[in-house]
Design a protein around this ligand. Sequence first.
Ligand SMILES: Cc1cc2nc3c(=O)[nH]c(=O)nc-3n(C[C@H](O)[C@H](O)[C@H](O)COP(=O)(O)OP(=O)(O)OC[C@H]3O[C@@H](n4cnc5c(N)ncnc54)[C@H](O)[C@@H]3O)c2cc1C
Ligand SMILES: *[C@@H]1O[C@H](CO)[C@@H](O)[C@H](O)[C@H]1NC(C)=O
Ligand SMILES: *[C@@H]1O[C@H](CO)[C@@H](O)[C@H](O)[C@H]1NC(C)=O
Length: 522
Amino acid sequence: MRFSTRSSSSGGASALILLVSQLTNALNLPAPATLELRQDLSPLAANSTLLTCLQPLGSKVLQRETPSFEKNRWAFDYRYTFKPEVVIMASSTADVQTAVKCAKASKVAVAPRSGGHSYEGYSIGGQDGSVVIDLSAFSSVVVSGKTAKVGAGVRLGPLYYELHKQGGWTINAGTCPSVGIGGHTLGGGFGMLGRKHGLMLDRVIEMELVTANGDLITVSASKNPDLFYALRGAGGGSYGVVTSFTILPIKPAKKVTSFGYSWKYEELAQVLKAYVNYGSWRDMGLGFSVTADGVGLSGLFHGPQAHQAAAMAPFLKLVPKPKEADVRETSNIESVLRFAYMYEDPKDIEALNMKGSFKPGDSHYTKGKSLVFPAALKNSTIALLAKWGNKVPEGSSANYILIDRWGGAIEKVPVGATSFVHRNAHTVIQFVTEWNGNPDALPGVPDCKACLDLMNEVYSDFLADYKVNYGPVAHGYQNYIDSEIPNWQEAYYGSAFSKLKQIKAQADPENVFRFPMSIPLK
Ligand SMILES: Cc1cc2nc3c(=O)[nH]c(=O)nc-3n(C[C@H](O)[C@H](O)[C@H](O)COP(=O)(O)OP(=O)(O)OC[C@H]3O[C@@H](n4cnc5c(N)ncnc54)[C@H](O)[C@@H]3O)c2cc1C
Ligand SMILES: *[C@@H]1O[C@H](CO)[C@@H](O)[C@H](O)[C@H]1NC(C)=O
Ligand SMILES: *[C@@H]1O[C@H](CO)[C@@H](O)[C@H](O)[C@H]1NC(C)=O
């Protein structure tokens, strides 16, 4: 999902932002009074061996009966109500080491949590009974020379903010400000600078990792290179707890041009065919969004508006006149704010520095599915987008399809250099549905069955088309993780999977770091 759920996002007049604010406004609807929460909140006895071992961590250990446990076990996606054994609010690497050692000794699974945005609640274990290690206290960002050392619990908004403050730097991460750097980077990390600078994981040069034995080690091209390979692509939750990332920040262009255009729904096929056939996107970031209201294109050009206009002109000749257009030349950080969909004032970059911890209002009920297309979209696929893009299931508060152009610097990295195998991705499509977006709601409202049914129907239609036109195995993007994707091992990790298992067997032979889609030992 690309969009923050903040309802204050209507400040921008861009076509896309207008579309999105309609979506996000819908999230403020109160939950129907008839809904009953489905979770069972009665505390279960936690493993006493584990609790005894954790005693040195004192009040950083939230047990099931601790009042703050409830709030701190929530995932970003309120669908999930798994009950961890304990949640550990770690504040030092030593805390993380103690927590991992205790979990290992009592045979309890460990789930690291950075921003908590896992689509399947995997950072609260993806099942009951894990030790959740919360990293939100690992929030420092320090630029020195041409590198930056970043705590593994930093969210993207504050990361952009700090890099900007400390010398005008930026990074090629995603757009949603509440996403955490941890899961995001370890599974890829795609955003508006992706086609120019690659994925977020491509800018990582070193990590500190707490291993399954509780040791703190350095991981880089020269130290523990197998783990360096595995963590960059398949690192979310399977190999240890990353506590810091050393990254190469980016100096953005002095002036950038962000753009948003929108067209009527009936023009969808014409617009998307033009997208596919237009050869001069150069290194700009761009993505389409489809809702029942129409089709939007938003993107970022790394230079002044006059150059953006010249670059876009041939494309705009191929398509009907947009019903709305909003093109702005700004500083790069203002474009980050724009794509974070969270501002009242387009210059209020302080808003990116989201103060405080995870707020319940950031969360909602949602389900996403993705397909990674190794080639330009075929006419048949565009026809399916036109067929499904305006179908709104009953009970959904927002329903949209995102179509992101990948390629560029992402595909220049050899497929074997990291465990991220989707280097040949031309376009990545994500199907998203949301419901019951009451910011004061509690987790555990029953799923919107019509939303999930429609999504399954849509996905299977696209899957059949995919197999005919793009290849026998439908790949997905592991950061849009979906517990129901067919053949997940192949879909997410492809040719890297057997090597990933070998590295797992070496690094974590007792499978301390496990959840329903963790890399297995064999
Ligand atoms: C609203 C929204 C917008 C999004 N926008 C984008 C986008 O623009 N571009 C994009 O590429 N993706 C995007 N995503 C997907 C996002 O990249 C993934 O959901 C990502 O996994 C979130 O990272 P996190 O740290 O917030 O999540 P978490 O739930 O904390 O972690 C995800 C997984 O990684 C593991 N993990 C987390 N931290 C660590 C660590 N320090 N060490 C080891 N394992 C760890 C967890 O155990 C879990 O399995 C978006 C998601 C949402 C919900
Ligand atoms: C609790 O810890 C002990 C090991 O000390 C282990 O044998 C037992 O299976 C654990 N209980 C649970 C519920 O995991
Ligand atoms: C796709 O559609 C376009 C325009 O509708 C058409 O010109 C083109 O020939 C089609 N391509 C194929 C391969 O059928």
